[in-house]
Design a protein around this ligand. Structure first.
Ligand SMILES: [Mg+2]
Length: 143
């Protein structure tokens, strides 16, 4: 297995373990996933690769948001222009949240929680766009 694939696998395993832990608590499946994750991480460290655990946690938040979107809207197959309108709407919500956190006079002034939540939604929509493109073209990753 090449280095890039191993890094991708390590990050995906970390995100998966985090999601399982959040949704189901401790379990045998989780313990197995942890064992596999540790083995991959050990191999990565031996190769001199450092894993950013916070990044893995952010990816798991994006993945959870993507699952929430899928449950809410089902599989969405839009063309790129339609997707960009949807992404633009989400970016607009980031702008609004940022504005309300930055300027005084808003009830959430100084609080960037909603700004962060909206950024996760933007990332999840971008993932949905890639998923759709991969479903409808031959541009998807080679597994
Ligand atoms: Mg939003």
């Amino acid at each position: 297995m090449d280095r890039a694939k191993l890094i991708e696998l390590g990050i995906e395993l970390l995100a998966t373990v985090d999601i399982i832990k959040k949704q189901h608590g401790e379990s045998e499946l989780l313990n197995q996933a942890v064992s596999v994750s540790k083995a991959v991480l050990k191999k990565l460290r031996n190769m001199g690769v450092e894993i950013d655990f916070k990044r893995g946690s952010i990816y798991s938040e994006v993945s959870a948001e993507r699952t929430r979107q899928l449950l809410k809207w089902g599989e969405q197959n839009h063309n790129p222009a339609e997707w960009l309108m949807i992404l633009g709407e989400e970016v607009g919500e980031v702008n609004k949240a940022s504005l309300e956190a930055h300027f005084s006079g808003y009830k959430n002034s100084g609080d960037y929680t909603e700004y962060r939540n909206e950024l996760i939604q933007v990332a999840a929509v971008a993932v949905a766009m890639v998923e759709c493109l991969d479903r409808t073209t031959s541009l998807g990753p080679v597994v």
